[in-house]
Design a protein around this ligand. Structure first.
Ligand SMILES: [Ca+2]
Ligand SMILES: [Ca+2]
Ligand SMILES: [Ca+2]
Length: 492
C-alpha cells in the first residue's frame, strides 16, 4: 500500500511539475508592452519574462534589439532567441553586466542564441567592474550560441566567472576589452568548460587578451584564439596563473603580448594537447612562455612562425620551470625555437635539441603559407612520436581524425606498437588503428602479456624506445604498473 501511495505521489509531482513548465514569449516589436508573455501578447522586455518565470520555463525571444541588462535571479530557465545571435541582440547601453548570474545558477540556467554587447564596467568599483558582457558569481550556467562583442570591464570584458563552473559552447568573443585581465573571458577559481568558441581581437592591458585564468581549472577544447592582445603584459591568447587548465585541439594564431604571445603560464601546469601556435609574437616567448615554476605538459603541438623580439620564438621557459614537450614540432620560429630548460622528447626542433627521439629535419608541412600545418607524405614527423605521450589523453588529432594511424610505406622511427603517433597537431591519415595505453605488445588487449613485458623492463630505461615506461619518466616502475592495472582490459 505504501508503495502505491508513493507511486501515486510521484505521478502527481511529475504531473504538477510538467504542468508548470511553460513557454513565455518576448518580442521587442510589442514594446512598450508590457504584454502578458503569451504568443499573442508577448512581453516587451526579457527581464520582465524572467521575473515572471519559474524553474523549467522556456523564454523565447523574437529577433530584435533589447536595450536592457538581465539577471537570471537563480532560476533554472532557458532564455533563447527564436532566430539566433545574428538577429537578436541584448545591448547593455553602457551599463555593467549585460547578463548576470549571481544566485547560484546551475547548468539548467541557459542563455542561448544572443549577441551580447554594450556592457561597460570599466572604471567602476568591484564587482560592478567585473564582466562587461556577462558576470557569473559562484554560478555555473550554460551559455551557448552567443556572441560577446564590444563589451568592456576591468576583468572579463566578455565574460567574468568567479568560483563557478559554467559551460560555454559555440560562442564568439570579439573586440571585447579589459583594463586588467581577460579581454574575452576571465575565470577566477572554478572549472569552466569552454568548447568550440572563437576569441578574436580581444584586448587586455595586463593578462590574457583572449582568456585569463586565475587559480582556475578550465577545460578549453576546440577553440580558436586569434588576433588577441595583452598589450604590454602576459598571454596574448591565454594567460594561466596556477592550477592545471586543460587545453585541447585549440589554435593560437597571431596573438601578441610582452611575454607569451600565444600563451603565458605563471606557476601553472596546463595540459596542452593537439594545439597549433602560429604567428604569435612577444618580447619573450612568441608562442608560449613558462615562468614562476610552471610545469606544462605540451603534447602533439605545432609551433611555427612565432616571433620573439628577445628569445624563445617558439617557447620560452625560465630556469625554475620544467615543461614536458613531447611529440611536438617547433619549426620556423624566430629568432629561435626553444629557450630554457625542460624535457623535450620525440619532437622535431629546428636546429636540434637534446632529448630522446628528437629530430631536426624539415617537417614538410602541406602548405604553411596558407596555414596548413598538416604533414606531407614522406614527412619525417610521420610515425615519429611516442604513443604513450598521447594515449589516454585523446585518440583523435586536431582535425578529429584518428590519432593513431600508420604510414606503412615509411620506416617508423618513433616509439609504439603496432602504429606510431606522428609529431605535431595533425596525424597523417594512413591506416588507423586503436591504441590503448598499456598495450605494450599491440594486440589490442591490456593484459598478462603486457604485464610480463612491463616486469621484464623493470628499472631505468636503457633503450631509446622504452615501451613499458607508460608515464614517460625514464624508468619502468610502480607508477607504470599501476597505470597498466588501471587500463587492464580483457576485451579486444
Ligand atoms: Ca602515425
Ligand atoms: Ca597487449
Ligand atoms: Ca615510468
Amino acid at each position: 500500500m505504501q508503495k502505491r501511495i508513493f507511486a501515486l505521489t510521484v505521478l502527481i509531482v511529475l504531473a504538477v511539475s510538467t504542468a508548470q513548465a511553460d513557454t513565455i514569449h518576448v518580442d521587442a516589436a510589442n514594446c512598450p508592452g508590457p504584454g502578458d508573455g503569451s504568443e499573442l501578447d508577448p512581453y516587451c522586455s526579457i527581464q520582465t519574462a524572467i521575473d515572471n518565470a519559474v524553474d523549467t520555463d522556456e523564454i523565447v525571444v523574437a529577433s530584435g534589439i533589447y536595450f536592457e541588462t538581465i539577471d537570471f535571479l537563480g532560476k533554472a530557465i532557458t532564455v533563447r532567441s527564436a532566430d539566433g545571435p545574428e538577429v537578436t541582440t541584448i545591448d547593455g547601453t553602457g551599463f555593467f553586466h549585460v547578463v548576470q548570474c549571481a544566485s547560484d545558477e546551475g547548468r539548467d540556467t541557459v542563455l542561448d542564441g544572443f549577441t551580447i554587447t554594450g556592457g561597460d564596467g570599466s572604471g567602476l568599483p568591484y564587482p560592478d567592474n567585473a564582466g562587461g558582457g556577462m558576470a557569473m558569481f559562484e554560478s555555473g550556467p550554460t551559455v551557448t550560441n552567443c556572441t560577446f562583442s564590444g563589451n568592456a570591464a576591468w576583468a572579463g570584458g566578455g565574460i567574468f566567472s568567479d568560483g563557478g563552473s559554467p559551460t560555454v559552447t559555440n560562442c564568439t568573443f570579439s573586440l571585447n576589452s579589459a583594463d586588467y585581465a581577460g579581454g574575452g573571458m576571465f575565470s577566477d577559481g572554478g572549472s569552466p568548460t569552454v568548447t568550440n568558441c572563437t576569441f578574436i581581437g580581444n584586448t587586455a592591458a595586463v593578462t590574457g587578451g583572449g582568456m585569463s585564468n586565475f587559480h582556475s581549472c578550465p577545460t578549453v577544447t576546440d577553440c580558436i584564439f586569434t588576433g588577441n592582445s595583452a598589450g604590454g603584459g602576459a598571454g596574448g591568447g591565454m594567460y594561466n596563473d596556477g592550477e592545471i587548465p586543460v587545453v585541447t585541439n585549440c589554435t593560437f594564431i597571431e596573438n601578441s603580448a610582452d611575454v607569451g604571445g600565444g600563451m603565458s603560464n605563471d606557476l601553472s601546469d596546463p595540459t596542452v594537447t593537439n594545439c597549433t601556435f602560429v604567428g604569435n609574437s612577444a618580447r619573450l616567448g612568441g608562442g608560449m612562455i613558462n615562468y614562476g615554476g610552471s610545469c606544462p605538459t605540451v603534447t602533439n603541438c605545432t609551433f611555427s612562425e612565432n616571433t620573439a623580439s628577445s628569445v624563445g620564438g617558439g617557447m620560452n621557459t625560465g630556469s625554475g620551470d620544467t615543461p614536458t614537450v613531447i611529440n611536438c614540432i617547433l619549426w620556423g620560429d624566430s629568432p629561435d625555437e626553444f629557450f630554457g630548460t625542460g624535457t623535450v622528447a620525440y619532437s622535431n626542433i629546428q636546429g636540434g635539441w637534446p632529448g630522446t627521439g628528437n629530430i631536426d629535419a624539415a617537417p614538410m608541412f602541406v602548405d604553411p603559407d596558407n596555414s596548413d600545418f598538416r604533414l606531407q607524405t614522406g614527412s619525417p614527423g610521420i610515425d615519429a612520436g611516442h604513443n604513450w605521450a598521447i594515449a589516454g589523453i585523446t585518440d583523435t588529432d586536431l582535425d578529429g581524425n584518428p590519432r593513431f594511424a600508420a604510414d606503412r610505406i615509411d620506416f617508423d622511427p618513433g616509439c609504439g606498437i603496432p602504429v606510431v603517433v606522428d609529431m605535431g597537431a595533425y596525424e597523417y591519415q594512413g591506416e588507423p588503428f586503436p591504441v590503448k595505453l598499456g598495450d605494450i605488445d599491440g594486440d589490442g588487449i591490456v593484459g598478462i602479456v603486457d604485464f610480463l613485458a612491463l616486469l621484464a623492463g623493470w628499472g631505468p630505461c636503457v633503450e631509446q624506445c622504452c615501451l613499458a615506461d607508460l608515464d614517460l619518466d625514464g624508468k619502468v616502475g610502480i607508477v607504470d604498473f599501476l597505470t597498466l592495472l588501471a587500463n587492464w582490459d580483457s576485451r579486444p
